[in-house]
Design a protein around this ligand. Structure first.
Ligand code: ZDP
Length: 280
């Protein structure tokens, strides 16, 4: 069965989008996801995203598979790509510029902006050790500036969940971090029973930070939306950042706000459609 797909990216974080609003396509096996994401034997991408029918009053459902075949709860750059994908699919039949999407991390609301960017209500950050999850602290405590041994060095980390787990550490020079060497050691550290995404943050100003990321199930990527949100929250919790900042990533910048009014995190950024094709 030939399956049509469209390739999108958000700041170089790239995804294979498959329209399954009719639920006619069987969900991928992890092996199939790995093959599709392989940059030599497949299409090449950081992940595969399906649009599916909505649930409980939402417009649609999103399912995402990392390039290692694992299924994360949420993805920031990916859900922005999904918004543009749905808008492209619906064309003139689209009503309004908002989508409510069902994900494993809860209902996420997307806004298509007049300048082509997508603004996402990423919801409330989850801060308790049991919510990350991590065993770095007692379950009902927050993990802020806690010591963590990795690669023979003590790092001070802050943990935040945006539906998916993030471990953030602040460094003087983000470019100097040997990410390819230490990234997977953080990902698979026994402190994180469901593994973790890891962000290295250099604070340039209170409203401007540089970020590099090692993603759970994908390794080094050019950008991570949930990671940028988690890092801004960690910056506020540790007194390093204002509640609104630009997060500069290798693939480009995101605007992140942790609203002190409703305590929700808002992410705004671009997407780009690259090409379409057929699998099989
Ligand atoms: O939590 C995870 O396993 C992530 N690798 C999911 C993908 C996150 C993403 N890069 C993002 O932008 O949040 C898509």
């Amino acid at each position: 069965m030939a399956i049509e797909f469209t390739k999108y990216h958000g700041l170089g974080n790239d995804f294979i989008l498959i329209d399954n609003r009719s639920s006619s396509i069987p969900v991928l096996t992890p092996e199939q996801a790995v093959k599709l994401c392989d940059r030599h034997f497949g299409i090449g991408a950081n992940g595969v995203i399906f649009s599916l029918p909505g649930q409980n009053g939402t417009d649609y459902t999103m399912r995402i598979f990392n390039s290692d075949g694992s299924e994360p709860e949420m993805c920031g750059n990916g859900i922005r790509c999904l918004a543009t994908f749905l808008a492209d699919l619906e064309g003139d039949t689209r009503n309004g510029d908002q989508y409510r999407i069902h994900t494993l991390a809860g209902v996420i609301t997307l806004q298509l902006m007049p300048d082509g960017q997508v603004k996402v209500d990423m919801g409330l950050p989850r801060l308790l050790a049991s919510e990350i999850p991590t065993n770095l602290c007692p379950a009902n405590e927050k993990v802020i500036n806690q010591p963590l041994e990795v690669a023979g060095k003590t790092w001070h980390v802050t943990c935040v969940s945006m539906g998916n787990p993030h471990c953030i550490t602040f460094v003087d020079d983000v470019a100097a971090i040997p990410l390819e060497v230490i990234g997977s050691q953080f990902e698979h550290h026994p402190a994180f029973p469901q593994r973790t995404n890891t962000e290295f943050i250099e604070v340039v100003r209170r409203d401007y930070v540089k970020m590099r990321v090692w993603e759970r199930g994908a390794g080094i990527t050019l950008a991570c939306g949930t990671g940028a949100c988690a890092s801004l929250v960690a910056g506020v919790l540790t007194g390093r950042c204002d509640d609104t900042a630009t997060v500069e990533l290798p693939g480009g910048s995101l605007q992140i706000e942790w609203s002190q009014e409703d305590q929700r995190v808002y992410m705004t950024g671009p997407t780009e459609r690259v090409f379409t094709g057929k699998i099989g």
